[in-house]
Design a protein around this ligand. Sequence first.
Ligand code: AMP
Ligand code: ZN
Ligand code: FE
Ligand code: FE
Length: 276
Amino acid sequence: MIDLHSHTNESDGTCSPAQLIEEAVRAGVTTLGITDHDTFKGYDTALGAARDAGITLICGIELSTKLHGESVHLLGYFFGAGALEGFRTWILDLQAARRDRNIRLVARLRELGFDMTLEEAEARGRGMTGRPHFAQIMLEKGYVKTYREAFDEYLDESAKGYVYRREPQFAEGVERIRRAGGIASLAHPVRVKGDVPAMMPELCSAGMNAIEAYHSDHENGDTERYLGLARRYGLLVTGGSDFHGVVKPGVTLGRGAGNLAIPPDLVERLRAQRTQ
Ligand code: AMP
Ligand code: ZN
Ligand code: FE
Ligand code: FE
């Protein structure tokens, strides 16, 4: 089985890279893409364990980008030698922007009356501390009853605790991925705010060359609709569970929410088209 979208605790997943490989073995996943947010550390760390377990590991990344002010997630897949050095340097900027945001976010949350510190969040998220870690703290301290409530009331873009983070524009993300030898895939298109079919010409002219047709959030007909768009615009197809471990219960590697059926030849097709 194939799964090209997963997260370790080097970003906001709960499994260490080695534990993620154990999960893959348990789930029967033989080709695994690690797509942590803004970092390759999980992928780099998992390589040895994957080799020992006989799992083919695909080097990936997930970037949060902006398109007309809305958040759009973008996946990058680097077959062969992995991402080129320039890209690895560029993501250090993204990590710095995240840390700057976290400093302002903790100040805002304290202003709203929550007793928490940056150190507490970084103890959970380390280099890739993000809003999910702040949500966990709010939950543990009883400030909210659910993770959902933490986002809806305080952390979501429309909520009162939200603070701005400098993020690359969609076109820049695509260009960086492509220049580094990667395939740029529109992540979980069902979550994009706006009319995806109408946006396709713009996305494709930015250089996006794949779409994540298979994803845990896709329901009846979604996958077929995105496969149709892929055919129409000549895009490659990617797919994965977006496994995050215990913070997203109900999602397992390879099978997602039980709805995933990623075709076995998907990775061969990507490899055949790889740009490096
Ligand atoms: P950050 O990268 O720190 O800005 O946090 C973004 C992450 O928070 C996303 O990748 C999601 O996992 C999670 N997230 C963002 N918005 C929401 C939301 N409204 N509800 C639940 N999780 C969210
Ligand atoms: Zn995530
Ligand atoms: Fe995402
Ligand atoms: Fe993801």
